[in-house]
Design a protein around this ligand. Structure first.
Ligand SMILES: [Zn+2]
Length: 95
């Protein structure tokens, strides 16, 4: 069964209501290199974010990160998943 449209909309708005990032990145990347001032490349680690729907049956997940040096923000597209099939990452693998 697919995610009900109403639930999907509610989940997507959790993401779209936030400030837009400086850069949108592919959802598979856990690390993105960026130009970090003075022509230096620096890797920015992206953490997974996981937000449940109201009934906690569905969730939207995405990755995001902010560079502590230059303040650049990155965020991936959101992906809607069924919680039973793709639970949140926990512990070490979530980093
Ligand atoms: Zn930076």
């Amino acid at each position: 069964m697919d995610c009900p449209a109403e639930t999907a909309d509610a989940l997507r708005s959790l993401l779209s209501d936030q400030d837009p990032p400086d850069m949108v990145v592919p959802p598979v990347l856990a690390n993105v290199r960026h130009e970090c001032g003075e022509g230096r490349q620096r890797a920015l680690p992206l953490r997974e974010r996981y937000e449940y729907s109201e009934d906690r049956e569905w969730a939207i997940l995405w990755r995001e990160g902010t560079c502590r040096r230059c303040g650049m923000t990155m965020r991936s597209e959101g992906r809607i998943v069924r919680v039973s099939e793709r639970p949140p990452l926990t512990g070490r693998v979530a980093r």
